[in-house]
Design a protein around this ligand. Structure first.
Ligand SMILES: NC(=O)c1ccc[n+]([C@@H]2O[C@H](COP(=O)([O-])OP(=O)(O)OC[C@H]3O[C@@H](n4cnc5c(N)ncnc54)[C@H](OP(=O)(O)O)[C@@H]3O)[C@@H](O)[C@H]2O)c1
Length: 398
């Protein structure tokens, strides 16, 4: 079994009882193992049911629980992300105290799309929650590629900036790759420059892993989902999500615990022909296509784990906004799964939490570089400064 149930079995107790009516049943939960979800210990109970037969009260027999509909576990990205953010907030306060540096994220955005603005707002709120600085550098769609590159270079060289994100997609007249490569890889908190992507490809530890794949790994780790030797189907092959998570999960070197490997990964994309029957082989499906309802119940094997990355909007007159957010997975599929990420509240919040973690990591990295340059300067008598002076310099530069 690749999955250790979280609260499922406890939740299923009333269900188990109703199954055995008109018998009297006593379900005993014995603690057998525990799982740690970001500081919260989750107990995995083992259940034995004792059934007292009503027809024949003399017989009291112990039976193994017959197959029963187990409610799938909701892989709660929202809860997990709030635990991660709490720990980032604490680490940030310590870091600011010791270094005088306030982590600073800059988001570069071209356009005026309301939905994209809501993603930017989530990043801004996340930064405020953990004590970071946040700057939105916004441009109208008539900006040229050269002007945008100049802006990125400016932020790349600004010592008060620790993370730079270019909010995608970009207008068609701008080459996305040229823009991303202009970001200093040491500030590339989205992990999309060729240096960071390349490190993943050659199984080295990159400075930054793209935030959504990182969020998916967080779910696997928190819920103790082991993937070695398991069949994983990845739908979508973008650098931002599909290709990166597929590469990470199929790594040969599994010594780095932050990068899971060892899975048998199959990737599907727009040109994959009639592949849906192949999904029946998958123990885990990760869908990142932006096609609502693409993953359907009839294509799945029982007990699959569903990770739904898709963010799509469907008209819904019952909502104030007139639409509601849906994923790539048809919700009817959940009943065939053993666990799934909901939309909203699954992968999305973790993407933001992992972005914040990358920004803090980048800030620490920049501080270390500052300190080692300072030490080298002092040793060579180039500067006459002490590390404590650096802290007040940093404070003044913010
Ligand atoms: N939850 C989050 O935090 C988060 C973060 C990032 C993205 N997203 C969402 O995830 C989805 C994907 O994002 P993205 O940036 O990766 O998008 P993208 O760059 O547009 O990539 C979509 C991928 O899906 C593939 N695809 C399209 N139709 C398909 C089909 N019928 N069967 C199999 N593959 C198909 C495409 O194939 P080709 O390569 O052949 O075109 C492409 O590789 C979007 O809904 C996006 O909003 C969510």
């Amino acid at each position: 079994m690749i999955f250790r149930s979280v609260k499922t079995i406890k939740k299923c107790l009333p269900q188990a009882n109703s199954l055995f009516r008109p018998f009297t049943t006593t379900a005993t939960a014995t603690t057998t193992s525990s799982t740690n979800i970001a500081g919260t210990t989750i107990i995995t109970p083992k259940i034995t049911d004792t059934i007292s037969g009503v027809d024949n009260p003399i017989i009291e027999k112990k039976v193994t629980t017959p197959p029963q509909p187990i409610k799938p576990v909701v892989l709660n990205g929202k809860l997990l992300s709030s635990h991660i953010k709490e720990s980032i907030k604490k680490d940030t306060a310590d870091f600011i105290k010791n270094s005088g540096i306030t982590p600073h994220l800059v988001v570069i955005y071209v356009g005026d799309n309301k939905q994209i603005e809501s993603y930017i707002k989530a990043k801004k709120t996340g930064c405020e929650e953990v004590g970071f600085r946040f700057t939105l550098d916004r441009f109208s769609s008539d900006i040229t590629e050269a002007q945008l590159i100049k802006k990125i270079k400016y932020h790349s060289e600004d010592p008060s900036v620790h993370g730079i994100i270019v909010q995608l997609p970009l207008p068609e007249n701008i080459n996305r790759d040229n823009i991303i490569q202009a970001i200093d890889p040491k500030k590339d908190v989205d992990g999309l420059t060729s240096i960071n992507m390349g490190q993943i490809m050659v199984s080295k530890k990159p400075l930054f892993i793209p935030c959504t794949p990182l969020g998916i790994l967080e779910i696997f780790k928190a819920y103790n989902i082991k993937l070695e030797g398991k069949n994983v189907a990845v739908l979508g092959r973008s650098n931002l999500v599909g290709r990166t998570i597929a590469t990470l999960l199929s790594q040969k070197d599994m010594s780095n615990p932050s990068i899971m490997g060892g899975a048998n990964v199959t990737t599907f994309h727009k040109y994959s022909k009639s592949y849906h029957h192949l999904l029946k082989n998958a123990d885990v499906i990760i869908s990142a296509t932006g096609v609502p309802g693409l993953v359907k119940k009839e294509d799945l094997k029982k007990g699959v784990i569903l990770i739904d990355v898709g963010i799509n909007y469907k008209e819904d007159s019952s909502k104030k906004s007139g639409y509601r957010m849906v994923g790539d997975v048809d919700p009817e599929s959940y009943e065939k799964s053993i666990a799934y990420t909901p939309v909203p509240g699954g992968v999305g919040p973790l993407t933001v939490a992992c972005l914040l973690r990358n920004v803090l990591k980048s800030s620490i990295l920049h501080y270390r570089i500052q300190c080692s340059r300072l030490r080298a300067g002092v040793e060579n008598n180039i500067v006459d400064k002490k590390e404590k002076d650096l802290k007040s310099d940093n404070k003044n530069n913010q």
